[in-house]
Design a protein around this ligand. Structure first.
Ligand SMILES: CC(C)(COP(=O)(O)OP(=O)(O)OC[C@H]1O[C@@H](n2cnc3c(N)ncnc32)[C@H](O)[C@@H]1OP(=O)(O)O)[C@@H](O)C(=O)NCCC(=O)NCCS
Length: 373
């Protein structure tokens, strides 16, 4: 049960336990949709009960009608089983959460699952009280827009992260404490712009990802990364602790940001690039000039380029393929492919093919076709 119901909120799990209790109380050998409904309404402060109340449904009245509808059974088996319909309701609840881009399954999804199943005692009882799937969906969305669904979840699971509406998270995401995903950029409403993040994301504590950004699979952040709106980020990208990626950057696949970097707006970083710690990537020659926003242009880092620690890249330059910028450089001009540059202003000192491992571990650190680590 632990794994299968791992993404269920505490309240939703409690509803399943209460459903068992209700089945026993009514002397039945199975857990049907009617018991699930009775369990749901016993979880007084749940989002599901809030939705029902908003639709004019009083829990006590539901209880009365269900008890009048079902006959007292003759309990014989020590172990209760879920009816096929109840199993389907649970599957539908998981699907409802997925459709709403919720990373958890709460009581509201169980209620939606009950309604979507379309048959069974629960849906008949609620139907007789004027409730239908569309109304439950609309009311759930309404409460969600007011932040109530998330609030209910945080209360239920002590989760401290916040997912705004319109966040589409892939499978197997791990979200750390105090993470915020979908923060609206200035002038936008919550949920107005989507965030799309692929499968297997590991987003560590205190990271903030703004709405309007699309990120591929196997994404990782360290702690306290900030990723602004309008970014396009490929697969297998790692954004280290304290990195800020300003808006509207294009970042390819298999890119690493080591930590505490500032990546200015409109930077283009191609596949396989590596950005060392404390790198500043700039995008305006004359800060605060009245026309600064019109000429803003970040550098372009071509495939496999590597930027040493604590370097500064000036705006609108190109770092060639596989080029290596030495630690602490200030790069003011284009860097040719495979060049090694150092200093302030950075000058070409050799090519990467001339580099030798000081420890003799490899003949050449950057041989063509060798997989990069
Ligand atoms: C630039 C770099 C690749 C040079 O590598 P290399 O050529 O094998 O290094 P060498 O030790 O042979 O140095 C060659 C010369 O360049 C100088 N030099 C090396 N790195 C330099 C740098 N970053 N800035 C200025 N000069 C540098 C050396 O002092 C030496 O000068 P000399 O010939 O007058 O004695 C390397 O020093 C570097 O900066 N790598 C990036 C490191 C980094 O940021 N790592 C992040 C890990 S978290």
């Amino acid at each position: 049960m632990a794994d299968k119901f791992g993404r269920f909120t505490k309240r939703a799990r409690r509803v399943l336990v209460l459903a068992q209790e209700e089945a026993r109380r009514l002397n039945q050998n199975y857990i049907g949709t009617e018991h699930l409904l009775l369990g749901l309404i016993r979880e007084e402060n749940s989002v599901a009960v809030k939705v029902l109340r908003e639709l004019g449904v009083e829990p006590q009245r539901v209880k009365d009608i269900v008890e009048r509808t079902v006959e007292q059974g003759q309990w014989t088996r020590p172990k209760l089983t879920l009816t096929p319909r109840t199993k389907r309701v649970i599957e539908l609840a998981v699907d409802e959460a997925r459709r709403m881009s919720h990373h958890y399954i709460g009581t509201e999804h169980l209620l939606l699952g009950l309604m979507r199943e379309g048959e069974g005692v629960a849906v008949n009882v609620l139907g007789s009280m004027g409730v239908n799937l569309e109304k439950v969906r609309a009311q759930t969305r309404h409460l969600k827009a007011e932040g109530l669904v998330e609030k209910g979840f945080r209360e239920a699971d002590q989760a401290t992260y916040r997912l705004y509406p319109n966040v589409q998270l892939g499978e197997n995401a791990q979200i750390g404490d105090y993470v915020i995903i979908g923060h609206p950029p200035r002038g936008k409403k919550p949920g107005e712009l989507p965030v799309v993040i692929g499968d297997n994301a590991v987003i560590r504590s205190h990271t903030v990802i703004y709405a309007g950004t699309v990120i591929g699979h196997n994404f990782q952040t360290g702690h306290r990364a900030t990723i602004r709106e309008g970014n396009r980020i490929g697969d297998d990208v790692s954004v280290g602790t304290g990195v800020t990626i300003d808006n509207d950057c294009q970042i390819g696949n298999d890119v690493r940001f080591r930590g505490h970097d500032l990546i200015g707006e409109y930077t283009v970083i191609e596949d396989g690039c590596w950005i060392g710690p404390h790198v500043a990537i700039t995008n305006v020659f004359h800060p605060r000039c009245p026309k600064a926003k019109e000429c803003m242009k970040g550098p372009t880092l071509k495939r496999g380029a590597k930027i040493g620690a604590n370097s500064t890249l000036l705006p609108d330059i190109t770092i060639g393929e596989m080029a290596l910028v030495g630690a602490g450089s200030v790069v003011a001009d284009d860097v040719p492919s495979r060049a090694v540059v150092v200093g302030n202003p950075a000058k070409v000192v050799k090519t990467i093919d001339e580099l030798e491992c000081p420890y003799g571990l490899v003949e050449r650190p950057y041989e063509e076709n060798r997989a990069q680590v």
